[in-house]
Design a protein around this ligand. Structure first.
Ligand code: SIN
Length: 333
């Protein structure tokens, strides 16, 4: 009886793994890479570079299809599609994994990281690396962190102090931390998919938002936001993810080459992202359509103090060890 059960179970497992397997001996492995941003953004460029390098080095064995701008899957369904192996690579922003792990909430904590270099240091250290594996039991494996950049506030007025945000309605990513960040200062927020953000601002459903320079520019969000406050208050970075059953079914030699390509693309994306955001900031300023104001060191410090209770609120979810590891990266050593 027990032997029969084992035989049947092995058969079921074999079938399940076949349906997720990367390739039979003859057909090329197809990797669909879906994302929600434009091609001319750090993530969009990264996806195209990955496709190019795979075609150069593994042409015939692996094919990559890139689907930008929520054209295949959007925020609402992309991670479920990955778990069902309907898409094989995604790079959602770190705020979008909340349903699968609470530990990544550390990246959304407002005014925790001083700048993108601090975020980078955290991602490279042990605790940051550990988080790449935090969703494997949910059929999601992290392959790399990709930068976009730091988030800026945008809206009808300058947000020099937390009080300036009171009463505004913000479009936010689906993150309880970002929701708490705005609740803390008397603002409201609505979790709206990225693809619907411009329309939500145009229609007045929300008046304000927060995003990186490259997203504010490429989605034309700046055209409906009179003031951008250069707050650099949180990271908007990505985790390149796959379905572990798909990923580990790729023959070892091919997977090793894919991982080497991912390392190369990660290096390129992470070096280009800051420059892209700097250039998009300049492009926005040059249009003259929106005013850009920067926070002084004192104003930034006042924001950080106002936000510390949010860090405390989420510490039980994130883990004290992870939060501590993140707090010390601002020290540079
Ligand atoms: C993205 O950069 O992938 C989108 C971020 C957002 O939803 O604001």
């Amino acid at each position: 009886m027990f032997k029969t059960f084992i035989a049947v179970a092995s058969c079921v497992l074999a079938l399940a793994s076949t349906s997720l397997s990367a390739a039979d001996a003859t057909a090329p492995i197809v990797i669909k890479f879906s994302h929600v941003v434009a091609d001319d953004t750090p993530k969009g460029q990264g996806a195209l570079l990955f496709k190019k390098l795979v075609e150069q080095r593994l042409g015939g064995q692996v094919q990559v299809e890139v689907h930008p701008n929520s054209s295949l899957f959007g925020d609402a369904d992309e991670l479920e599609a990955l778990r069902k192996n309907e898409v094989q690579l995604l790079a959602p922003s770190l705020a979008k994994f909340e349903q699968y792990t609470k530990q990544l909430q550390v990246f959304d904590l407002p005014f925790l990281f001083d700048d993108l270099d601090a975020v980078n240091r955290f991602q490279k250290r042990a605790k940051g690396r550990q988080l790449l594996r935090s969703m494997e039991s949910n059929d999601i494996v992290g392959l790399a962190y990709w930068h976009n950049g730091m988030r800026q506030f945008s809206g009808p007025r300058a947000l020099r102090t937390p009080k300036d945000a009171a009463g505004l309605a913000f479009r936010i990513q689906p993150s309880d931390v970002i929701e708490a960040q705005f609740a803390r200062i008397g603002a409201t927020s609505a979790k709206i998919p990225f693809a619907e953000t411009l329309a939500a601002l145009q229609s007045g459903k929300v008046q304000a938002s927060e995003n990186t320079w490259s997203n504010l520019y490429s989605q034309k969000l700046y055209t409906v936001q009179p003031v951008i406050t250069e707050s650099n208050h949180g990271a908007l970075d990505y985790m390149l993810v796959s379905n572990p059953r798909f990923w580990y079914s790729i023959p070892h030699a091919t997977r090793t080459q894919l991982e080497a390509i991912i390392d190369e693309v990660t290096f390129a994306v992470n070096h280009a992202a800051e420059e892209q955001n700097r250039a998009d900031r300049e492009r926005i300023v040059a249009t003259g359509k929106t005013q850009v104001v920067s926070l002084s060191a004192e104003e930034r410090q006042a924001w950080r103090e106002a936000m510390r209770p949010v860090w405390k609120q989420f510490e039980p979810n994130i883990g004290e060890d992870i939060l501590k590891a993140a707090e010390i990266v601002n020290r540079k050593k």
